[in-house]
Design a binder for this molecule. Structure first.
Ligand code: LIP
Length: 251
């Protein structure tokens, strides 16, 4: 399963790069939520590669939704996380592939085809970036911390997010928004950021990132601190040491 996951992500990366300087038409799935030809082709490439090897497995993907085949295994796929960056030529986007057995994430891979940074994790085996183990930061004070967040396409939830950040800004050393939730959580997993939250996230944005964070020593829950499951939208992640403080501050 691991080698299929790698192969699918690397092949999808080639598709994405092929169209990077020639994006073509952009369609709107919903107001402010865009999709390109490369999103669809990348997703198709991933599903073709995985489907050829595991024809009975389910898929949950950003562009096709849930394709259920009654298997215990579900591949959770975002063909380009950070499509707005992709379209703008900002090299901060990634392929994200997670594998869940029932509701448990077993494996995750996040690949930025421009930087070639590849994050991978497997349950119980830690997390790696380009083959080297990564670990979360060891900060324990919120006011030493850099908080990552993301802004969903829905105006109302983004305004709520910004208003929360505005109120709590002074509790943190700084905040960052990168436009790819998957990469943001990887930065947390490797200790570049110390905490993360989202008021609206989708399973395909976050499934792979969740195991990469946890296997690097981090903690990932719902925004209220309770255990996360695949369809929960409000989430928080941290280096573990800060988790309770983060949840309390963001209440
Ligand atoms: C996007 C994210 C971004 C988040 C958006 C959206 P897409 O994913 O990763 O950070 O704020 O809500 O989900 O649509 O580019 O795959």
């Amino acid at each position: 399963m691991k080698s299929i996951m790698y192969n699918a992500a690397l092949e999808a990366g080639k598709v994405i790069l092929k169209h990077y300087n020639n994006i073509g038409n952009i369609s709107f799935k919903k107001p402010r939520s865009i999709v390109t030809k490369a999103d669809k082709l990348s997703e198709q490439k991933i599903m073709d590669i995985i489907g050829a090897k595991y024809p009975d497995h389910n898929f949950l993907t950003e562009e096709s939704g849930l394709i259920r085949k009654k298997s215990d295994y579900t591949w959770v796929i975002d063909p380009i996380d950070g499509t707005t960056n992709y379209v703008a030529g900002i090299p901060q986007f990634a392929v994200s592939i997670g594998l869940a057995k029932n509701s448990k994430i077993l494996m995750g891979l996040i690949y930025n085809p421009v930087s070639k940074d590849l994050y991978f994790s497997e349950e119980g085996k830690g997390s790696i970036l380009n083959g080297k183990k990564i670990k979360v930061s060891r900060k324990t004070k919120l006011n030493d911390c850099v908080l990552g967040f993301n802004l969903p396409s829905t105006i109302n939830t983004s305004q709520k997010t910004l208003s929360l950040i505005s109120r709590k800004y002074g509790d943190f050393r700084s905040v960052r928004n990168f436009g790819s939730a998957a990469l943001t959580v990887c930065y947390l997993a490797e200790g570049k950021l110390d905490a993360y939250f989202s008021m609206r996230i989708s399973a395909w944005d976050i499934a792979a990132a969740k195991i990469i964070l946890e296997e690097a020593g981090g903690k990932f829950t719902k925004l209220n601190g309770k255990p996360w499951s695949l369809y929960d939208r409000k989430v928080a992640g941290s280096n573990t040491f800060l988790h309770n403080k983060l949840i309390n501050t963001l209440k």
